[in-house]
Design a protein around this ligand. Structure first.
Ligand code: NDP
Length: 446
């Protein structure tokens, strides 16, 4: 058995109930063989063995009272995976599917994504199986306050700085921050994704979607093409999906789909700026379902319980959740002529689907690289908080664009150097891994 097979075997045995975590580790380790052959010092220092074990896992009870006066109990988590490059950093997810496996995979990925941004941030993730859908504002506030009443003792501006993710947006970050400030009697940059009225950064809400589009643009530009004029299939209709659509429109591309967990809408006439405003109002203010789009715009159809990958397109932006593009979806995308896929979501494409896309010559940007714009801009929010000043929209967007360009360059150079030319999955894994591994060597056995 090879060294990497040994590692994977050990990870699978030790985490047998955690399929998403094992999938993320396998996808990562599979790219590293040539690096490990060139650098025996990594193996000697047991870098991979240490990297696959979180530094700390916190699990806790979250009790709260709903509007009917019933007691409710949820489970809360914070996975502090690796802090060798800086304070732990990564989002909080509130969704009924949240469990230890999903959060460990997300925290693991986050470590290497954060390394790629070139900013000083370790990797973490957290959240709860709480479902904000259908809850009143008062219920969401009570839940957030109870969640923070435990979490606050494990985080801090120099220790761990959480952000949003699925189910955690401006409203939730506001309630979480308020409770932290009250408990610690301190106003500090302990969370990112804050409102610009009280310490947030301009462009942070936009950053993940914008970054995914910039990354797709970099991959296309690298081979003399551009996004202009391309039709874009987008899944999800939340934060990442909305701002992916906005930037795609700005760059002359045409978004044609959105989805949520009930199905997808397909608008062959294109989703223009006015229709996008409707979606933002529907999802962010009225908290409605995407099906309403097809009721408002007769050019569109709604497909229940389905994902949008059958719709012919040149660019695809999976922006909802993990494992949403499976092998058959990838084959369909290829048959319909897709040229570029950029992952706005984390691990939305299964390993078999990634293989199929890459074999067909599709430019494929993995989440670790393509959606790193969100956390990069969170890093910029932390810098502004520490300096107690706010940069302009143009300044933050300029830095975001520059960071996405650097991530593209780092991933493509690492791929080239290790014989994986054009493979951004391997390139991003290797560039992230070597940065974290070298820092771990420098800091000794901890
Ligand atoms: P939001 O909560 O704003 O939106 C999530 C969207 O995905 C909703 O439309 C939701 O539909 C849909 N969705 C969620 N779970 C499922 C599911 N199991 N099946 C089908 N649809 C689903 O989250 P974000 O836009 O912030 O996050 C989307 C993805 O991007 C996630 O993978 C996240 O980890 C990743 N990401 C987010 C970053 C950020 O800055 N926000 C940064 C980097 C990555 P419904 O309303 O029906 O649940």
């Amino acid at each position: 058995m090879s060294y990497t097979d040994d590692i994977l075997d050990h990870v699978r045995k030790n985490n047998s109930e955690q399929p998403e975590f094992c999938q993320a580790v396998q996808e990562f380790v599979d790219s590293l063989t040539p690096v490990l052959e060139k650098r025996p010092d990594y193996r000697k220092a047991k870098i991979l063995e240490r990297m696959t074990e979180p530094e700390r896992v916190v699990m806790f009870r979250v009790p709260w009272i709903d509007d009917a006066g019933e007691y409710q109990i949820n489970r809360g988590f914070r996975i502090q995976f690796n802090s060798v490059l800086g304070p732990y950093k990564g989002g909080l997810r509130f969704h009924p599917t949240v469990n230890l496996s999903i959060l460990k995979f997300l925290a693991f990925e986050q470590t290497y994504k954060n390394a790629l941004t070139t900013l000083s941030m370790g990797g973490a993730k957290g959240g709860s199986d709480f479902d904000p859908k259908g809850k009143s504002d008062a219920e969401v506030m009570k839940f957030c306050q109870s969640f923070m009443t435990e979490l606050y003792r494990h985080i801090g501006q120099y220790t761990d700085v959480p952000a949003g993710d699925i189910g955690v947006g401006l409203r939730e970050i506001g309630y979480l921050f308020g409770q932290y400030r009250r408990l610690e009697n301190e106003f500090s940059g302990v969370l990112t994704g804050k409102s610009v009225n009280w310490g947030g950064s301009l462009i942070r809400p936009e950053a993940t979607g914008y970054g995914a589009v910039y990354f797709a643009g970099e991959m296309l530009a690298h081979c003399g093409r551009s996004l202009e004029g391309k039709t874009c299939v987008i899944s999800g209709s939340g934060n990442v999906a909305q701002f992916t659509a906005k930037k795609a429109l700005e760059l002359g591309a045409t978004p044609i789909t959105f989805s949520d967990s009930n199905g997808y809408i397909y608008d062959p006439d294109g989703i223009d700026a006015e229709k996008l405003r409707f979606v933002m109002e529907l999802k962010n203010i009225r908290r409605g379902r995407i099906q309403e789009y097809s009721e408002r715009y007769p050019s569109a159809s709604f497909y229940p319980d389905a994902r949008p990958w059958d719709v012919p397109c040149e660019a695809a932006f999976p922006s909802a959740t993990e494992n949403e593009i499976q092998l058959a979806d990838a084959e369909r995308l290829v048959a319909n002529g897709v040229e570029v896929v950029a992952e706005g979501a984390n691990m939305p494409t299964t390993p078999e689907a990634v293989d199929a896309l890459q074999r067909a010559g599709v430019l494929f940007g993995p989440g670790k690289a393509a959606n790193a714009g969100g956390v990069a801009t969170s890093g910029l929010e932390m810098s502004q908080n520490s300096m107690r000043l706010s940069w302009t929209e143009d300044e933050v967007d300029g830095r975001l664009r520059q960071i996405m360009r650097q991530i593209h360059q780092a991933a493509s150079q690492a791929a080239e150097e290790y014989g994986y030319s054009g493979n951004y999955v391997a390139g991003a894994n290797i560039a992230g891994f070597t940065k974290v591994a070298d820092a771990m060597l420098d800091q000794g056995l901890v």
